[in-house]
Structures are given as structure tokens and as C-alpha cells.
Design a protein around this ligand. Structure first.
Ligand SMILES: NC(=O)C1=CN([C@@H]2O[C@H](COP(=O)(O)OP(=O)(O)OC[C@H]3O[C@@H](n4cnc5c(N)ncnc54)[C@H](O)[C@@H]3O)[C@@H](O)[C@H]2O)C=CC1
Ligand SMILES: CC(=O)C(=O)O
Ligand SMILES: [Mg+2]
Length: 621
């Protein structure tokens, strides 16, 4: 394994792999030796950072325009005195030079004093805007406690209130009126080194319906998790929201709403817009990974772009993978063979069908034919059990699972479907909070020694049941995972079946392998590797998912699986990675993850280096 150690370099400037910044004092020895180009930060390395560093070197006043200044607050209370003098912030911050521990203590105290989750969300948004490394270190070290405040459930409420709580820009908006000019609008994004974008049109935000451009909270939140969980540099992420109109009349009439007030554009208009957007994004940032998120009907776009761009749909594929990952562990616990599984899904939308299809693939790998595997699923939508002879025109994505063995019987209620199917598995991806009633949960426990109960709708208000209810009504026999977090119940910790366990690793693996497409094999691998990422202690506790506090380790494992699958599918372009052993590959991945703690040290060191070099110049003068 090539040693991935930093070393002093005589030349100037070179690039830090971890930071992507031009660093006067460091280089990455193995990279130059092995001809492996920068991965997570490769694009940035060739996009004009070096000249900026030279500018900074020559003119101290320009430091605010450098990436160092972008990513570390000039007013960070941890800057030593020399750095403050160099930045000309000396005297503008309180005199104490603080450690991270002190800063973190204040932040956590401030957070605890904020009365509502939205107040906490806003405080964290402000912290990210003013001291990004501190924000990410705080987040990484308190991931379990802080994720619910920047992601589900709080992000749902934040999107619902976006028009009222908006204070600052955090991403990019592309409007339908910009059609024909998207290429030039995209040039306005100030960062040259974007590696990944999460894009929504706001038309199905969590289980909260069409929130128009107020859905921006979702790309922002998902990309914060990319940074916290998979070490994608904050400045390499692009939150993107499309203003294609909204079907939400209340929003259109809200004077504070900041999107266009037109009704949602037609499917054809949307497709033309997306065609232009995909081309424009990829033209500006070749190799950019594009994650589709929270579109009302995302199937056509996935089919259209998956073979032509580096993209995936998180709600169909990410959710499919994360639930399969937990399900593989659940099956090991229940011991029920694939052929004996009967799964009822409440919700037959992007997430429901995505998850069911992923499990079909697993069942086929367990020896079932595709037809046998498909027949293990009974999907229920707002009109009841999905059948061929229901009398309505089924959406294309439902047809695969539509039943033809119902003898003309149409079943409307979930309770009746449960009675009819006698399922081993009950999944909820319906957006209907409380749909798994006490009676249904009780019945599931009568039918099974260990029923699989996964209420996966987000946010918590839309969850089909709570953890406490699932445990209470199944007499603690169920294997449980929910989309949003729930508190422990009688000493038992619930699993969180949320795509946040996989999308960061999928994105990271795709970026590092420089894959041209995100193949189905890569998605499947993310599920498999997730299922293997539990420690013996986590298995012993009966958990289906690893401790969220270990998410960065999990993302390394998932990313390795994704890279290996990209290699197997021959879509990888970073061919040197093929020669690395798994251990070497893990180290390679880790080395390239943004680490806020290390970044802070590097920033400090760089600034001190600049202080010294300026002192040298002044001395000569
Ligand atoms: N846990 C996770 O990681 C993820 C969770 N989700 C959640 O899944 C939910 C659904 O998302 P999508 O599938 O993308 O939405 P979607 O809009 O595509 O599908 C919703 C489905 O629920 C059905 N439905 C609506 N009302 C119903 C009712 N009263 N009874 C039965 N079925 C009903 C609809 O007919 C449709 O089939 C959302 O709450 C979302 O937050 C989505 C992605 C990931
Ligand atoms: C988690 C997620 O992607 C959703 O609820 O839509
Ligand atoms: Mg989503």
C-alpha cells in the first residue's frame, strides 16, 4: 500500500487531497507517485485555486477572497493572535483564544437554550454560514443528537415555514423562466469545484406534499449529511431547487412565498427543462454526481438519464438500498426463507416501488425466480390493493407488482389486506401517519413470531406508527425500523431505516471511482455493504442498522462496495483503484474525506505559514 502521508514540499503551491485547497506547505506524496489524481477534490484542483493562492501570497488583504477565508471564519475565536493580526481581525473578536471544546460547549449550550426545533435549526444554519468547520466538527461529533435538527424531522417543518424563516441564500434556484439560459445561470454559482448536487423541484417534500421552492431545505440538509457522513467537502456541494411552479395553491397565494406563482408545469415541459439542466450541469462540472430528490413522479427522469449521466434517484434507489440493507439483517434474525416471505407495502410510490424492487433482487439472489420473487409483494395505494382488475389506469411503476390472483376481489383497507395476505412484513411508505393501527400491529404479532414492521414515511408526523406503539402492540417481538428517529422504548433502541445510511457512501464511491454512471450493481452493493457494517456488539443487541454515531466508518464501507461494483460494471475511470486491496481502498477513501478537525489544523497552519512568510518580506523591506 502506498503510504498516504503528508510531507513538506519544497515547491509551491500543491494541493491537499483532504482539503482540495492549494496548500503551500503540503503535498500528497503517494498521489504524485502513483499518478492517482485527486478524487473527492480533483475537479477543484484544476480549476484555478492555485492562482488564487498566489494572489493571497502577494496581497494579504486579498485573503478574504481565498478558499481559506471561504471555509474558515475570519472571526473564529480559535485563531491565535498572530493569525488575527494577519487577518486584521485582531481586536475585533474577544481576546481569548479558544479550543474546539470550549467553542463546542458554548454552541451546545446555546442550542439547548433555543426553545423549539426550528430555533435550533436556524441557529445551526447560522453557525454553518459563519464557521463551517466548527459546524461540521460539532455535527460529526454529535451526529445522533444534531441530525434530527438539520434533517428529518425538523427539516420538514423548516420547509413548511421556509417563506417565513428565510434569511440567507444557501443554494441555487433555477426557474422555468430561465429555460434556454440555464447554462449561463449556472455560471453564477461561485464555486468551481462542485462534485455533487442534490436537486429537487419541491413537488413531494418528505411526506408533506408539494412545497414548491420551500423544498430547498432538503438539498441543503442532504448535502450537509454528505459532508458530515461521507466527507464531501462543503464547497464541493451544490444544493439545487427548481422553480417549476407548484400545485400548492396555498403557497401560490402566500405573499411571503418566494417562488413563481404558476401552477406546476406539464410533464413534457419538465422533461425539456431537465434535459437542459442535466446538460448544463455536466458541461460546467464534468463528472458531477446528480442526486434527484423528492420529485413527485421521478421514474421517467431516472429512466431517461441513468445511462447518460452520473445520476441516481435517492427516493427510489437510495431508499431501496437502505431498506434492503436492514432487511437482510432482519431476515437473518427471523429465519423466514425468501420463498415464505409475504410483504405488504402501504404506499406504492417512488419509495414503495423502489424498496420492493430492491428486495425482489435480493430474493432472486436467494434462489427465487423473478416471478416467484415478485409475487411475494402486495402493494396498497390510496385506492387499496393494487390489482390488474381494479378498474383504474395504473401508473406505469405500479404495474410490475399489480396482483392478478385476487379472483376479482378488491380490498380497500390495510386491515383487510393484512387479513387477506397474512404478511410477514409490513412496510409503510404512504405518508399516512398512524396508518399502522394498534389492531394491525397486534394482528402482525399474532401472525408472526417476529413481524418486520418498518414505518418509513417522514417526517415523524407522517410515520405509520411510533416505535413505542410497535413495541407495545407486538409485545416487543417486532423487528423495527422507521424513517425518522424515535426515542428508545424500555431500553430498546429503534433502527432508523433512512437513506442517509447509504446515499453519502453512494455519492462518495461514485466520485472517487469517477464512475460515468451509477449502475444498479453499485446501488445493490451499497445495500449489501451496509448490511455487513454492523459490529458484533450491534448484532448482539439485535440491531438492524449500525450506530449512527459510526456513520463515517459506515460510509467508507459503503463507498468501497460502490467502487468495487463500479469496477465490476466497468464504469469506473479511476483505474488505479482496481489494484488496491480492500484495506488499501478503505485507507484511500478515508484519506480523501473532508475532516473538519484536520481541515481546521491545516487552515491554521497555512495561515501561520503565511504570517511567517509575510514577516520575512517585511523584514527584507
Ligand atoms: N425512510 C426513508 O429513507 C424514505 C422515506 N420516504 C418517505 O416515504 C413516503 C412516500 O414517499 P414517495 O414514495 O416518494 O411518495 P409518492 O407520492 O411517490 O408515494 C406515496 C404513495 O402512498 C400512497 N398513499 C397515499 N395516501 C394513501 C392512503 N391513505 N392509503 C394508502 N396509500 C396511500 C399513494 O397512493 C402513493 O402510492 C414519504 O413520506 C417519504 O418521506 C421516502 C424516501 C426515503
Ligand atoms: C428520507 C427521504 O429521502 C424522504 O423522506 O424523502
Ligand atoms: Mg427523499
Amino acid at each position: 500500500m502506498p503510504k498516504l502521508a503528508f510531507r513538506r514540499a519544497p515547491s509551491y503551491p500543491t494541493f491537499s487531497t483532504r482539503t482540495g485547497r492549494a496548500l503551500p506547505s503540503y503535498t500528497h506524496s503517494s498521489m504524485a507517485r502513483d499518478g492517482i489524481t485527486n478524487g473527492v477534490n480533483g475537479v477543484g484542483a484544476s480549476n484555478g485555486v492555485a492562482p488564487m493562492a498566489n494572489v493571497r501570497h502577494a496581497h494579504t488583504h486579498h485573503v478574504r477572497h481565498t478558499r481559506v477565508a471561504d471555509l474558515s471564519s475570519d472571526f473564529d475565536t480559535s485563531h491565535p493572535t498572530e493569525v488575527r493580526k494577519y487577518l486584521r481581525t485582531y481586536g475585533l473578536t474577544p481576546p481569548a483564544v479558544e479550543s474546539f471544546q470550549t467553542q463546542a460547549e458554548r454552541c451546545l449550550k446555546l442550542l439547548s437554550l433555543k426553545p423549539t426545533p426550528i430555533d435550533k435549526f436556524q441557529y445551526l444554519t447560522h453557525l454553518k454560514a459563519t464557521n463551517v468547520h466548527l459546524f461540521y466538527r460539532l455535527l460529526a461529533e454529535n451526529i445522533k443528537e444534531l441530525t434530527p435538527l438539520i434533517y428529518t424531522p425538523t427539516v420538514g417543518e423548516a420547509c413548511q415555514k421556509w417563506s417565513e424563516i428565510y434569511t440567507q441564500p444557501e443554494g441555487m434556484y433555477l426557474s422555468f423562466d430561465d429555460k434556454g439560459h440555464l447554462h449561463s445561470v449556472i455560471q453564477n454559482w461561485p464555486k468551481h469545484n462542485v462534485e455533487i448536487t442534490v436537486v429537487t423541484d419541491g413537488s413531494r417534500i418528505l411526506g408533506l406534499g408539494d412545497l414548491g421552492i420551500n423544498g430547498m431545505g432538503i438539498p441543503v440538509g442532504k448535502l450537509s449529511l454528505y459532508t458530515a457522513c461521507a466527507g464531501i467537502r462543503p464547497d464541493a456541494t451544490l444544493p439545487l431547487t427548481l422553480d417549476l411552479g407548484t400545485s400548492n395553491e396555498q403557497l401560490r397565494n402566500d405573499p411571503l412565498y418566494m417562488g413563481s406563482r404558476r401552477p406546476k408545469v406539464s410533464a413534457q415541459e419538465e422533461q425539456e427543462f431537465l434535459d437542459e439542466m442535466m446538460a448544463a450541469l455536466t458541461e460546467r462540472w464534468p463528472g458531477i454526481v446528480i442526486q434527484f430528490e423528492d420529485f413527485k413522479n421521478p421514474f421517467p427522469a431516472l429512466e431517461r438519464y441513468r445511462d447518460h449521466y452520473t445520476c441516481f434517484n435517492d427516493d427510489i434507489q437510495g431508499t431501496g438500498a437502505v431498506i434492503l440493507g436492514g432487511f437482510i439483517n432482519a431476515v437473518k434474525r427471523t429465519g423466514v426463507a425468501a420463498k415464505d416471505q409475504r410483504a405488504v407495502f402501504l404506499g406504492a410510490g417512488s419509495a414503495g416501488v423502489g424498496v420492493a424492487k430492491q428486495i425482489v433482487e435480493f430474493f432472486m439472489r436467494e434462489g427465487l425466480t423473478e416471478d416467484q420473487a415478485r409475487k411475494c409483494f402486495w402493494l396498497v395505494d390510496s385506492k387499496g390493493l393494487v390489482t390488474n382488475d381494479r378498474g383504474d389506469k395504473l401508473a406505469d411503476h405500479k404495474i410490475y407488482f399489480s396482483r392478478d390472483d385476487n379472483d376479482g376481489k378488491q380490498i380497500k383497507s390495510l386491515a383487510d389486506v393484512v387479513e387477506y395476505v397474512k404478511p410477514t412484513i409490513l412496510m409503510g411508505l404512504s405518508t399516512i401517519g398512524g396508518a399502522f393501527t394498534p389492531e394491525i400491529l397486534t394482528r402482525m404479532s399474532e401472525l408472526n413470531a417476529h413481524p418486520v414492521i418498518f414505518p418509513l414515511s417522514n417526517p415523524s408526523s407522517q410515520s405509520e406508527c411510533t416505535f413505542a406503539d410497535a413495541m407495545k402492540y407486538t409485545k416487543s417481538t417486532c423487528l423495527f425500523a422507521s424513517g425518522s428517529p424515535f426515542p428508545d422504548y424500555e431500553g430498546q433502541t429503534p433502527g432508523q431505516g433512512n437513506n442517509m445510511y447509504v446515499f453519502p457512501g453512494i455519492g462518495l464511491g461514485t466520485i472517487l471511482s469517477k464512475a460515468v454512471n451509477v449502475t444498479q450493481e453499485m446501488i445493490y452493493a451499497s445495500a449489501e455493504l451496509l448490511s455487513t457494517s454492523l459490529t458484533p456488539e450491534e448484532h448482539a443487541k439485535g440491531w438492524l442498522y449500525p450506530d449512527i454515531a459510526r456513520i463515517r466508518d459506515v460510509s467508507v464501507t459503503v463507498a468501497r462496495g460502490v467502487i468495487r461494483a463500479a469496477q465490476a460494471s466497468s464504469v469506473d475511470r479511476e483505474l488505479a483503484l482496481r489494484n488496491l486491496s480492500d484495506e488499501q481502498l478503505d485507507e484511500y477513501i478515508r484519506e480523501r474525506m473532508y475532516d473538519p478537525k484536520l481541515e481546521k489544523l491545516l487552515v491554521e497552519e497555512e495561515l501561520l505559514h503565511l504570517v511567517k512568510s509575510m514577516q520575512g518580506v517585511e523584514h527584507k523591506l
